[in-house]
Design a protein around this ligand. Structure first.
Ligand SMILES: C[S@@+](CC[C@H](N)C(=O)[O-])C[C@H]1O[C@@H](n2cnc3c(N)ncnc32)[C@H](O)[C@@H]1O
Length: 269
């Protein structure tokens, strides 16, 4: 077998087809916007991403799949401007609401998908282009080429490692098969074949999360499933109750066995 004959884009697409759940469209992300924004507001993820990204003050940054502004909002104070694009209008509404609350005026929000014609949407080249946890595309090669083409200085991607944010133990407890789909190793190999040799760092998140109520802890697990039957919901509740501990400060702590890990891929032009 010859390594160079492997078609990593095709392997990625086949791995996407084997995933336990179907790819989410605009409507599914719209429905998730408020919950996603709430769950991510106290995470240490953005700080870790930005420390690896090392933003420069003169940069205009294009944030693809920006969501509720997890990166765009803290980035805005460190760079010249941010163009935040997402296909979900509800995500962009969350971002605009938060930007207004924080009196941030250098973010431009544009509704656009990975596959739209960005030239027709007048999205200009930027010094830096980022995709944070948003590489949910079928044609990975075109997405990577687009990122590379739209950046004049630096490209940064946060891509899944293994199960990513999903908890395999929870799937087992609920009784659902678990196939998380392709992770960063496909992206690295495809970049290599494109003649791009990215730097690879890792972002590891805290294994223990704190909640003020049991319901909040349940919500932090429910998002992993499209829909739950009553018996699955019961098993999810049992999983949470077995692990939930009330700490000395009165907060509920939920610890998972597998840590959430992201690969941070970056390269310079
Ligand atoms: C997991 S969230 C990540 C949000 C943010 N970048 C972060 O790291 O918190 C994924 C985001 O990608 C967006 N997204 C998914 N597929 C997309 C597509 N084809 N085009 C544009 N945005 C997409 C979703 O709407 C969602 O806001």
């Amino acid at each position: 077998m010859n390594f160079n004959e492997l078609d990593w884009n095709k392997l990625w697409q086949e791995a996407c087809r084997r995933k336990s759940w179907k790819k989410k469209g605009k409507k599914e992300w719209d429905n998730r916007a408020a919950g996603f924004a709430k769950r991510n507001s106290d995470s240490d993820y953005a700080g870790k991403f930005l420390r690896l990204m090392k933003p420069k003050p003169h940069w205009r940054v294009l944030d693809i799949g920006c969501g509720p502004g997890t990166l765009a909002l803290p980035l805005a104070g460190q760079v010249q401007s941010v163009t935040a694009i997402d296909f979900s209008t509800a995500m962009l509404d969350e971002l605009k609401k938060r930007a207004a609350q924080q009196k941030i005026t250098n973010i431009t929000a544009i509704q656009a998908s990975w596959t739209d014609d960005w030239r027709a949407l007048s999205i200009p080249l930027h010094e830096a282009v980022i995709s944070s946890r948003s590489l949910s595309v079928f044609d990975l090669k075109s997405a990577l080429e687009k990122m590379n083409d739209w950046a004049s200085e630096k490209i940064c991607i946060a891509d899944r490692v293994g199960s990513g944010p999903f908890d395999p133990d929870l799937f087992a407890a609920v009784g659902r098969p678990f196939a998380p789909g392709p992770d960063f190793i496909f992206t690295v190999n495809l970049l290599y074949q494109m003649g791009i040799y990215p730097r690879i760092d890792y972002i590891e998140l805290e294994q223990t999360k704190r909640f003020s109520t049991r319901e909040e802890a349940l919500d932090s697990c429910r998002w992993m499933f499209d829909e739950l039957s009553p018996s699955e919901e019961e098993r999810l509740g049992d999983y949470v109750d077995e692990r939930l501990v009330l700490d000395e400060t009165g907060a509920w702590r939920l610890c998972r066995r597998t840590p959430v890990k992201w690969a941070f891929l970056s390269w310079e032009k």
